[in-house]
Every structure is written in structure tokens, then in C-alpha cells.
Design a protein around this ligand. Sequence first.
Ligand code: XUL
Ligand code: CO
Length: 449
Amino acid sequence: MAEYHTGDREYFPKIGKIPFEGPESDNPLAFKFYDPEKKLGRKKMKDHLRFAVAYWHSFCADGTDPFGAATHAHPWVAGAKSPMEAAERKMDAAFEFFTKLGAELYCFHDRDMAPEGETPAESEKNLFSLVSRAKKLQKATGVRLLWGTANLFTHPRFMNGAATNPEFGVVALAAAQVKAAIDATIELGGQGYTFWGGREGYMSLLNTDLKREKDHLARFLSSARDYARKQGFKGVFYIEPKPMEPTKHQYDYDTETVIGFLRYYGLDKDFRLNIEANHAELAGHDFAHELETAAAAGLFGSVDANRGDSQNGWDTDQFPLSYYETATAMYAVLRAGGFTTGGLNFDAKIRRNSVDPADLFIAHIGGMDTFAVGLEIANRIIADGKIPGFVKKRYSSFNSGDGAKFEKGELSFEELAGIGGSAAYGKTGISSGKQEYLENLLNQYLLGL
Ligand code: XUL
Ligand code: CO
């Protein structure tokens, strides 16, 4: 991976390539645990984790919150003569950042990359001008596109939704935008295309035809899929669940809801889940629960890596910090076969008062180290075999005899009930789930003992 910057236009001049220095290092600009070339099993750490940087948080977000103005003075905006020049400089800064950090993948929304024009055609022209710059930068650096997406939530026209808008004209405008974003993703060799239904939900049932909106969403997704396939897109489509925010209720509420939706509308061959840790928390689930649920349905795809704050009921999009959370997440990911087309996209932003240019690096370094530790622990849990072995044994009565017949559907309900009728009351079913033992074991793995 070639480091990118052009000397006179270096946006992070005081920061060089981030090295791995190990756990003893006190250099905030070095990895302590993420050693990209280290092998775990047959794969290098970097290929297990497939880190991606989110264009929107890292290069577009300026620290604005509902109570205050921007706090992040991006050097790529200052002095730019036009929004297009600012977008070009932002892209140069992004590739400088990716290569110095050593992240080999990135994700973007159309509007992160290029400003919206006065007409759909002008927006598309802006986007494609930046796409050709990105293509050159990808070639020069070896950085690749994990997934692309369209921003169907910022512009006021989407106040009532995009694909689920009650006005047909908005649905059609959303299609124009998604078509261009799919074309851009294909042009950049994107491995996936994501739909996060930002405003695909409702604020009040009193003004909403819920069935019609869900039908429209499915129709929109299947025709977008057909278009992309016709254009030769071979990648994966992702749905990213989130229960609410900005809407009161989002149709893609959580993983289980999305699985039901995809199967009901026959979309489960092309679509998989992009699971975000903070969204899981908002839906009242563990991150690992969402991953296991997707994996159980054979629909696990990719991850938006971040965290929430357990005292807050909103999407704080902070960088991952908890070894417990990354270990249990990576345990689910490894058992699902690991990442193939997916990866760990840092859908996370530095805080409003993190105003040093180094803070963006430090935040990503922390997130990458936290996932590297999670990966090591998950690997240890699997290699040691006690936890997976316990689970396997717990279900062993289904491995042979009547239990195996039941699993294969070879027992009628009467036969099953007949077996139950002769079971020993008081003895059957009384066996320990050993939860505390397993939790204590996990804590030992977390300490590396
Ligand atoms: C919003 C969110 C989005 C998606 C991409 O909560 O997670 O940034 O990841 O549209
Ligand atoms: Co996300």
C-alpha cells in the first residue's frame, strides 16, 4: 500500500505512517495490538479485520451538534475557491489519511464525495468528476472501496422518506440518486452497496399507510438490485438495520426484522446485513446478538464498527473501546466464517471537542487496537475449545437416536409426545447452563491467562 500525499498539499504534515510498536509503547500515534502482518491461523490480522474508514464522519463531519456551530476546522475546506475544489482537496486528504493509517478500505455516500448540483444531471456530473479522481487515487495507493451508498436523508425533499415517501416524485428522485451511486460504486470496484433506510419509516401512524410504504421499499430495492446486476455489479447489497433516529420507527428495525422483510419480498439471495454496534444497542440488543442472528440466517455481511453510550438513547457513533464487546463480536464473526466481501467500517466520529488534527488518527488507532484484541481473544476462545465445546455438548442429545430423528423431521408429533409421555419426571431437563462458569472463563481469556 503506497503512502499518498503530494508534499505541498500534505494535510496531516506532522503525522507519518502509523507503526505497530506493541503494548509497551506510550506513543499515541502507534498501534499497540494491531499488527497488520501478524498471522492468526491462515490469515493475516489485516485480512481478518478488513478495516474501512467512513468518509462522512472522518472528512465531512465538522463537530456541529443541535446546540452548537462547527468546531472542526478542516484544512481541506479553508481557502478552497469552490465546493468542487473543496471536495477534491477533501479527497486528497482522505487518501493521505487512509494510507498513513494503513486502512486498506473505505466507504462513502455520494454526497460525502461530491456536492449536490442544481439538477440531478449536475449532481451526477459532480459525482463522476470526483469518482475519476478516486479511481486514480485507488490505483496509486492500493486502497479499495468496501461499499458505496446514497445519502437519501439530508436534503429537505426526503423529510417524508425516500423510497417510502408518500409522493411518487420523491421516490423517482431517490432512484435517480441511487442509480448514480450504484454506477459510481461499480466504477470504483466497490465490493458492496449499502442501503441504510435513514428516513424509511414514520413519525406518526396517523399520516402513514404502513403496508404501502413497506411494499414501495421492497419494490425500490428489487428494481435497484436488478439495475445493478444488469450493469454487471457482482458485489453484495447490504441493509443496515436501525430502530429509530431520525424517524420514530424505522422499517429496518433490527436484524430479525430485516431478515423477515428480505425473505417475505424474496430479496434474501442478493441482500445481507450490515450490522452496526450502536444501532444494535438502540434496538435493545447486544452487538453480538445481531451478528449471531444474521449468521444463523446465512445473511451475515459486514459491520459498522462503533459504540453507543449506555446512558444515552441515541446514536453517539463513538469509536469502539470495549474488549468485551469486540471479543464477543469477533467470536460471532469468526464462527460465521469471517469476513468475505464485508469488513469493519468505522462508522464513528471524534467528539466535538477533539480538535487536534492527531485526534482523528488516535481515534482510529484505538478502534483498530480494540478490534485486534477482540480478534485475538475470539481466536483464543475457539482454539481453547471450552466454550464452543460446552455448547456442542449441551445439544448432544440431538446427535443420535430419537433426538436426531426429531431434527430431521422423522418424528410425528404423536411419536414425539409418546417419547415425552414415558420420560422421567423430575430428572429430565435438570442440568446446569453453567452461565457463571462460562462468564468467568471469558474474563480469563480477556486477561490472556
Ligand atoms: C446512520 C448510519 C449511516 C449508514 C450509512 O446511523 O449508520 O451512516 O451507515 O448511510
Ligand atoms: Co452505519
